[in-house]
Design a protein around this ligand. Structure first.
Ligand code: HEC
Length: 158
């Protein structure tokens, strides 16, 4: 009985030391307990955006879905976008005239859905942030809504 107790004590001590070692970042856990995610390698914002968002054809190169564009226009007015953006002039955010000609649909959707991550991880958004010195807020659109706004931009640029 005494032997078992001291074995358990040693086992517990070993486990405790292993955990301390892990939180110090000195190596992978071998004790079976999942180690905390290492902070140093976490990307800015905690989530990594997919690579190559602005690779491929520009948004405006595909045909416009007129029904979605109409919904997109409504969303642009009601979701706060028009407070900062216009077409053909700069307000507090970039002039959106020509945006469907200069960006891919995926890039624009990502800018709408994750503006905070974009200014930290995407080179184009980083440059815009440096120029406008204002972080575009996340207006909480769904992916479908963001896609509809892209159709609206495509329609404006046709
Ligand atoms: C508070 C002002 C503000 C609001 C509200 C806002 N934006 Fe922005 N937007 C910006 C700024 C500033 C940038 C430049 C990136 C940055 O600094 O965050 C930007 C960048 C963009 C871009 C990229 C422009 C380019 O030239 O590539 C798009 C597209 C865009 N916004 C669309 C939207 C849409 C759609 C909405 C509504 C859902 C919206 N924005 C709401 C300020 C705003």
């Amino acid at each position: 009985m005494k032997k078992l107790a001291s074995f358990l004590f040693v086992a517990a001590l070993t486990a405790a030391l292993a955990l301390v070692g892990c939180s110090g970042g000195s190596g992978p856990s071998e004790g079976g307990a999942p180690a905390a995610a290492p902070q140093a390698s976490a990307p800015a914002g905690g989530v990594t955006l997919p690579a190559g968002l602005d690779e491929g054809p520009r948004a405006g190169e595909s045909p416009v879905d007129e029904a979605k564009a109409a919904l997109g226009e409504k969303l642009f007015q009601t979701k706060g976008c028009s407070a900062c953006h216009a077409f053909g002039k700069k307000v507090t955010g970039p002039d959106l005239a020509g945006v469907a000609k200069r960006r891919t649909a995926k890039w624009i959707e990502s800018q709408i859905l994750h503006p905070d991550l974009m200014t930290k991880q995407d080179p184009i958004a980083k440059d815009l942030f440096a120029k406008f010195m204002l972080q575009m807020p996340n207006q909480k659109l769904t992916p479908d809504e963001a896609a509809a706004v892209v159709e609206y931009f495509k329609q404006k640029d046709r």
